[in-house]
Write a protein that binds this ligand. Structure first.
Ligand code: COA
Length: 163
């Protein structure tokens, strides 16, 4: 079941193989939620053991960071383009390679698409933690932002998939 992170979830043993992403869940996610900086969704089993998680936040990207052919389609008066940040996505090592990363990613993208109907968002942006993470997002048609490690998928693409 995918739900908002809550005190009942057991986050102590979470290990996705990346210390930053492990520590974020254990020590910072709760604070970020309290401060309204991000929302954290977790997939857990019936013992409340967290199998994977992702975070979402409001975000914006300067217009001139986008590839030229995309910039042309956007009004130049918008110096900053509203987006949604899928800030972190991680699956515990015990549950990797079983399709959970894909389930979490699709859940996150569907949620972003749904929110975009009520609050403008041009794209979902990710900030892959390493090359392997970038390859994962590339598999799902995320596009690299030139001169940045970030990647994005336009909401219009999600509309074609989920609309
Ligand atoms: C990247 C990660 C989220 C993938 O989760 P997962 O549950 O193991 O992935 P899935 O089993 O759902 O894989 C779905 C598909 O993506 C592919 N895939 C998984 N990891 C991949 C990677 N690093 N590069 C390219 N493809 C990848 C799988 O082969 C599978 O393809 P298929 O459907 O054609 O068989 C997970 O390995 C992880 O948490 N890694 C550490 C943290 C991390 O890198 N997070 C990324 C964002 S910061």
């Amino acid at each position: 079941m995918i739900a908002l992170l809550d005190k009942k979830h057991n986050r102590e043993n979470f290990d996705c193989g990346n210390l930053l992403l492990n520590n974020y869940l254990k020590t910072q996610a709760g604070q970020d939620i309290k401060r309204k900086l991000s929302a954290c969704f977790v997939l857990s089993n019936n013992k409340e053991i967290i199998q994977g998680y992702y975070t979402l936040s409001n975000h914006s990207i300067p217009l001139d960071f986008f590839p030229k052919q995309i910039q042309k389609k956007l009004p130049p008066s918008y110096r900053s383009i509203p987006t949604t940040l899928l800030g972190r996505l991680a699956v515990d090592k015990n549950f990797q390679n079983k399709g959970i990363g894909k389930i979490l990613l699709i859940d996150a993208l569907k949620r972003c698409y749904k929110v975009s109907k009520e609050m403008g968002s041009f794209a979902v942006v990710v900030d892959p933690i390493d090359r392997s993470a970038a390859m994962f997002y590339q598999k799902y048609d995320f596009i690299s932002l030139p001169d940045s490690k970030k990647m994005f998928i336009p909401i219009q693409t999600l509309q074609q998939l989920f609309g």
